[in-house]
Design a protein around this ligand. Structure first.
Ligand SMILES: [Zn+2]
Length: 195
């Protein structure tokens, strides 16, 4: 745990500190960390998985510490695209998924409503594939509103998405100068971005 302490987002470090300080002294529900709180924190951790654009190391993107440098190469990381939902925020990195629970808070973590895939034409960029049975109404910034049918993919860029049960907002850097360099560098040594 000590070796990996810095890799974890602040909310999880704070929870550990509480669990092993006041949580040990005060066994009441007010003092100790309940199972539900741990579960929520681990779900949030799962939604924070990201990749460093400079060295491709897996990392957790911490919305509480957006300027934290990469734990591996120590370079500052550009904020990844995020899907902000009423009760959670998901880092849109390849393999991330939106579950029924994200949209309905119904504890159904198995039903996948959307999944993040690599963009087929833009290295380093991602798309969101509609894996739900219903169409989404999307309003990309500066573009006309559109629909994304079941099975279709949507290029990730700033927009709102009406999923049906709830609406999410995609926050993404509108300009990604590094985007063509990001892909395929998994084995390259970290290098300082040119700009
Ligand atoms: Zn890095």
């Amino acid at each position: 745990m000590l070796t990996w302490w810095q890799i974890y987002p602040r909310f999880l470090r704070d929870l550990f500190v509480r669990a092993f300080t006041t949580g040990l002294r005060d066994a009441s529900l007010a003092g100790r960390i309940t199972e539900g709180v741990w579960r929520k924190a681990l779900l949030r951790l799962h939604d924070s998985v990201s990749v460093c654009p400079s060295c491709s190391a897996a990392r957790f993107y911490d919305t509480d510490e957006p300027d934290a440098p990469c734990w591996n190469c120590r370079l500052p990381c550009e904020a990844p695209p995020l899907l902000v939902l009423p009760s959670s925020t998901i880092v849109l990195s390849v393999g991330a998924s939106v579950t029924a629970h994200h949209l309905r808070r119904n504890r159904d973590y198995q039903t996948i409503e959307a999944i993040v895939e690599p963009h087929p034409g833009k290295p380093g960029a991602v798309v969101l594939r509609n894996r739900s049975p219903v169409a989404w109404d999307v309003s990309p910034e500066g573009e006309p509103a559109d629909q994304v049918l079941p099975g279709q993919r949507l290029g990730v860029r700033p927009m709102t998405i009406a999923f049906g049960p709830t609406t999410g907002v995609v926050r993404a850097p509108s300009r990604r100068p590094d985007v063509t360099r990001v892909w395929g560098q998994a084995l390259a040594p970290p290098s300082r971005p040119s700009q």
